[in-house]
Design a binder for this molecule. Structure first.
Ligand code: AMP
Length: 421
């Protein structure tokens, strides 16, 4: 038997209802905040990520699924920001609006070691707001993330906030970290000893207990910030306070990717265990210019849909089951033929209907009708057909009556909800 690829999941019919629910919530909130959907290809040129994420990042060094085809060196996208900035510039979206507020949903690919909450194909839902350096946009994006979680029924989360400042400030922070950490280099894992000079920010994200102990003992503050960046961060905090968004400042939150500057944030949920981030994001004010566009501020975030579902399904006992309105039971060849027409007519009239495509006894079909959760059952037997009558059974009360073919659609339409409404 051929099995699915390690670290991937089949989203089965029992689970796809929860996926649709979370996607519906997200789409509703995105449109409330006036974000429009963008869909970019799953496959991109490898250079797109090498340049923007940074050569020393975990994703670029180890986690890209690469596809070499003829002269092309391609990759299955590991994240959404770089492709969206590419699409934004390639399609001249910057010429249409000053600020483009975009959202996306879709699969991402990273060759990680699979474990609970960590897959090789997972799904992001996120936004990218491109074209403004105003701190009010940071506040909107963070409050939008908060709103999606609340509307999805997720409450026990914590937003962690920090700022990296402008590239000069970020370089200062990097230098400070290197200085502080080099005095404790012997306590770091061997990988972090290498990271110290190559990408010191990654030391702060290391999951090794000894490294985490060193990091938690670091006495960090915001003295690397220039006055403009300090002011920007204060304005973000004031904005969040003014709309009662709860956050905690975390000086050790750095986000390893090269493109991040200024405000960064991560949203965690205790129930997730080791992989505790529901989502994360931040500003990337220089990326558009690095890709050849005009300098424009930008901020985004992404949630991992699988992780949202992990905490959501723990909190909500029941997921919505799809209830069919009408179940059709047919007995005999002529009745089966009639059944084709009747199902067609019910559906033309937006009445949700189904049958079992098996030649079974009345009893077996009635059991199926019951199991299906249908509110009504229509029975077509040889006798009924000859008389031009069908039997209509109310599955809740058990009451059954004969009804003429001509009246059936009218009667049913009054009894069950229209699938469109
Ligand atoms: P990142 O781009 O790494 O900040 O990812 C944003 C969010 O996507 C994380 O907070 C997770 O919820 C989710 N995520 C990232 N990587 C994975 C993965 N390998 N498997 C499942 N979810 C992931």
């Amino acid at each position: 038997m051929i099995k699915r690829v390690r670290g991937t999941q089949d989203i089965l019919p029992q689970a796809s209802g929860s996926w649709q629910e979370i996607e519906e919530v997200a789409r509703r909130i995105f449109s409330l905040y006036e974000y429009q959907e963008i869909r970019t290809p799953i496959i991109e040129n490898v250079s797109l990520f090498n340049r923007s994420l940074g050569e020393t990042t975990e994703i670029v060094q180890k986690q890209m699924f690469q596809v070499k085809h003829e002269k092309d060196h391609l990759v299955l996208r590991p994240e959404g920001t770089a492709p969206i900035v590419r699409a934004y510039l390639e399609n001249n979206l910057d010429k249409l609006k000053t600020v483009n507020k975009l959202y996306y949903l879709g699969p991402m690919f990273r060759a990680e070691r699979p474990q609970k909450g960590r897959l090789r194909q997972f799904h992001h839902l996120g936004v990218e707001a491109i074209g403004s350096i105003m701190p009010q946009l940071d506040v909107e994006v963070i409050s939008l993330a908060d709103r999606i979680l609340r509307e999805a029924g997720i409450t026990e989360f914590q937003i962690y906030l920090n700022t990296l400042g402008c590239p000069k400030d970020k370089a200062k922070l990097s230098y400070q970290l290197q200085k502080k950490l080099s005095s404790q280099v012997s306590h770091l894992c061997s990988e972090c000893q290498n990271r110290l000079n190559r990408n010191v920010f990654r030391v702060l994200d290391c999951k090794n207990a000894a490294c985490q102990k060193v990091v938690s003992g670091l006495d960090l503050n915001h003295d690397y910030l220039c006055s403009d960046c300090n002011e920007h961060f204060r304005a973000v905090i004031d904005g969040l306070k003014s709309i009662n968004i709860d956050y905690k400042i975390s000086h050790t939150l750095v986000r390893g990717l090269d493109y991040y500057t200024q405000t960064i944030f991560e949203i965690k949920h205790q129930e997730l265990g080791a992989q505790d981030a529901l989502g994360a994001g931040g500003r990337y004010d220089n990326l558009v210019a690095e890709f050849g566009g005009a300098s424009s501020g930008a901020i985004g975030f992404a949630f991992g849909i699988e992780r949202l579902l992990l905490v959501r399904n723990n909190q909500q006992s029941d997921t919505k089951d799809f209830k069919r309105s009408v179940y059709l039971v047919t007995l005999g060849t002529e009745a089966n033929k009639k059944g084709v027409q009747l199902l067609h007519n019910l559906r033309i009239n937006n009445i949700c209907a189904d049958t079992d495509y098996a030649t079974r006894s009345l009893k077996a079909q009635m059991r199926k009708a019951n199991d299906s959760g249908a509110k009504y059952c229509i029975i077509i037997g040889e006798n009924e057909l000859e008389r031009g009558l069908f039997s209509l059974k109310d599955m809740e009360s058990g009451q059954q009556k004969d009804i003429s073919e001509a009246n059936l659609l009218n009667e049913i339409s009054n009894l069950v909800p229209n699938h469109r409404s």
